[in-house]
Design a protein around this ligand. Structure first.
Ligand SMILES: [Cu+2]
Length: 145
């Protein structure tokens, strides 16, 4: 085995051994709903807090998009609309769902041609400065989860 092969294998082992959580917080089942034309994509995940303290998601960034916003869908009198939120709380020993009809990520200004079947990188930043980076599969517009 060459030196380069050993380095590649060591790197791969490090990546595979790094789970998508920091102490007490995890980002589970991330996915992105692709939409046609110039419509922004929506990002979803479940944030799990196994710690004793509340945790707050304060932002998400991605090398694949120029802008990522935290949004919440609201249904007021039968009218669906979205508002921007500054943060999403995750209670101690609880979870917060980013899911269709509720909190979600709005992924704008794609930096490359992104299509269903691909993966995008999302970095979740929390109020205490912790970050968690995940690979999220991109699913078609009619995907339910
Ligand atoms: Cu939105």
């Amino acid at each position: 085995m060459s030196r380069l092969q050993r380095i590649v294998l060591a790197f791969a082992a490090t990546v595979l051994a790094t789970p998508a959580f920091a102490a007490g917080i995890a980002v589970q089942q991330p996915w992105v709903r692709w939409l046609p034309a110039d419509l922004p994509a929506a990002g979803y995940a479940t944030l799990v807090n196994t710690g004793d303290m509340p945790v707050t998601l304060t932002g998400v960034s991605s090398p694949d998009y120029g802008a990522v916003m935290l949004h919440r869908s609201l249904n007021r009198g039968g009218m669906e609309r979205m508002v921007t939120v500054n943060s999403i709380p995750v209670p101690p020993h609880g979870r917060a769902a980013l899911a269709p009809g509720g909190y979600h990520l709005m992924l704008m200004q794609p930096r490359r041609a992104i299509r269903p079947g691909q993966q995008v990188t999302l970095t979740f930043t929390f109020g205490d400065g912790r970050t968690i980076t995940v690979q999220a599969p991109v699913r078609p517009a009619n995907a339910s989860g």
